[in-house]
Design a protein. Structure first.
Length: 274
């Protein structure tokens, strides 16, 4: 009987209950999100802090490996810098509105002999270039502050830092909304005879490789440490396999063999579509 009654209802009779239900749901969502639970997105921070940012493997051996809330790094005492930094990000773990840190500090976990201080970069003509980016690791005050440890910083050409490199970091943050959860590994590369500033070697280039968990897709970049404009970014894109050949590193080596085969391929149009 109830089914027959529903069939007999006109569209106008059904419209009003649906409209009321929709308005009620929207109002409930507004009350919960604005008044009862305005910072609900921040309740996930404990989950993000449990991420293993080295779960896909370390690309090369280093002297010191450190795990932080939002990233991991492999530090070279010879270079006084991390050779690699790895981090996992997703659309819910970035863009959380926390108070950003902006105070660079010597990393107490690095032996004093190899510890770099913020003043070592002063008046050098180079920026303090983040490896694990502050803007992508901001789900908590602690995680963001840790990106300002000098072990996570490299001597970077100011125009690269503020143009192409910053643009690439923004593109990657955008990919979390379209490509899903991402694993990123990045770091400096050095020449055989690197210029030294305050006894710190200056990187010749920087690499960055990205893996989409959901789509099993890879992309890589190697960008010279010089004036590279944002519009030139795509001139330095390559497959992760090519980055491996250039660096001698092995990225994402804990993935299965079938997945690793795709490191040799690059679907550039898919990545550029955003």
């Amino acid at each position: 009987m109830e089914l027959i009654w529903l069939r007999q209802m006109t569209e106008s009779e059904l419209f009003l209950p649906c409209l009321v239900s929709g308005i009620g749901g929207a109002m409930s969502h507004y009350v919960i999100s604005s008044h009862l639970w305005p910072n609900r997105h921040k309740t996930y921070t404990w989950w993000f802090a449990l991420r293993n940012h080295r779960k896909l493997g370390e690309p090369c051996e280093t002297d010191i490996v450190l795990d932080r809330s939002g990233y991991s790094l492999g530090f070279s005492t010879q270079r006084k810098c991390a050779l690699w930094v790895s981090y996992i990000i997703s659309k819910k773990s970035i863009g959380v509105d926390v108070e950003r840190g902006n105070i660079f500090y010597p990393d107490p976990d690095i032996p004093e002999k190899y510890r770099v201080r913020p003043d070592d970069f002063r008046n050098t003509g180079y920026d303090k270039g983040h490896l694990a980016p502050s803007a992508a690791i901001d789900y908590s005050v602690k995680s963001n502050n840790e990106t300002f440890a000098m072990s996570n910083i490299a001597l970077q050409h100011p125009k690269l830092n503020r143009q192409a490199w910053g643009s690439l970091e923004g593109v990657i943050r955008g990919w979390t909304h379209t490509k899903g959860k991402l694993a990123v590994v990045t770091g400096p590369l050095y020449g055989k005879r690197s210029t030294r500033v305050n006894d710190i070697p200056v990187p010749r280039t920087f690499y960055k490789v990205v893996y989409s968990f959901s789509h099993n897709s890879f992309i890589g970049f190697i960008i010279p440490n010089k004036d590279i404009k944002a519009g030139e970014l795509w001139n330095y894109v390559m497959s992760v396999g090519d980055v491996e050949r250039e660096t001698g590193y092995k990225f994402f080596k804990k993935l299965g063999k079938k997945k690793q085969q795709k490191k040799k391929k690059l679907d550039l149009s898919w990545w550029k579509d955003g």
